[in-house]
Design a protein around this ligand. Structure first.
Ligand code: SF4
Ligand code: SF4
Length: 238
């Protein structure tokens, strides 16, 4: 049986800034509207998102017998200017560092666990939200109360039970639409569950699916990714 306090203490010792622990169960459609997003065709040509839907929604399909998802946050500095390269890509590739920190945490806990960071079919941000580390904003990113959206995420999925699990926090977007208004392509759903139309998101064309922007889309000076919806978010200005 894992001790929640001990897991969190060791996560900080491994270099993370915060840790939350969720019971490994299926995410609901309102927590992660993946099927709705796919049905709308808003994944554009990201065909890989059509695969492993069951695993993306339920970590027990990813790791047989999984009981616990240990979610970890590593904050990075906000950008000091808009345009050019998105904030997350201005630093060393975070995947390597996050994976190493997850391996270190796994070793300190002396458990078997699958270390995930953006590569396995599991949604890091939706699990971080389930584990109470923040909420999914309209721009579909995790908003943490302390660091806003300027965070990298990773998790350990394990069959170990934990003595205490965290609960999701309330979504604090309320009536705000600042990210919706800031998006040059109108990609962000103004209402309903957080969703982005990839074909209207300039970052889709400069990172996930490199090719020239279609007529009518303006990257507003970004050559890799885009931070405009994050820069507009009041939780990034605190
Ligand atoms: S990354 Fe840029 S283009 Fe994509 S949703 Fe956010 S503001 Fe819109
Ligand atoms: S800008 Fe407003 S609506 Fe968008 S994620 Fe931030 S708080 Fe939510």
């Amino acid at each position: 049986m894992l001790s929640s306090d001990e897991v969190k203490r060791l996560a900080l010792a491994a270099g993370f800034d915060a840790c939350g622990i969720a019971r490994a169960e299926a995410l609901t459609d309102s927590e992660y509207p993946l099927r709705q997003w796919l049905a709308r065709g808003w994944h554009a040509e990201l065909q890989y998102m059509e695969r492993n839907v069951d695993k993306r929604l339920d970590p027990r399909r990813l790791v047989e017998g999984a009981r616990t998802v240990i979610c970890c946050v590593s904050a990075y500095p906000p950008p000091d200017s808009a345009g050019g390269i998105a904030a997350y890509a201005r630093h060393r590739d975070y995947h390597t560092d996050i994976k190493q920190m997850l391996f270190a945490l796994r070793q300190r806990l002396a458990i078997e666990a699958k270390a995930c960071c953006d590569t396995a079919p599991i949604s890091d941000k939706h699990w971080a939200a389930r584990a109470g580390l923040g909420w999914i904003g309209r721009h579909t990113l995790l908003v943490t109360p302390r660091w806003g959206t300027w965070v990298n995420l990773g998790e350990l999925v394990t069959t170990e039970e934990c003595d205490r699990y965290d609960s999701p926090v309330s979504n604090r977007c309320a009536d705000c639409r600042l990210c919706v208004d800031a998006c040059p392509g109108g990609a962000i759903a103004p209402d309903g569950p957080p969703m982005i139309d990839a074909a209207r998101c300039t970052a889709y064309y400069t990172t996930h699916h490199p090719r020239p922007l279609p007529d009518g889309l303006d990257a507003r000076g970004y050559t890799l990714g885009c931070d405009l919806c994050q820069l507009a978010c009041p939780f990034n200005r605190l």
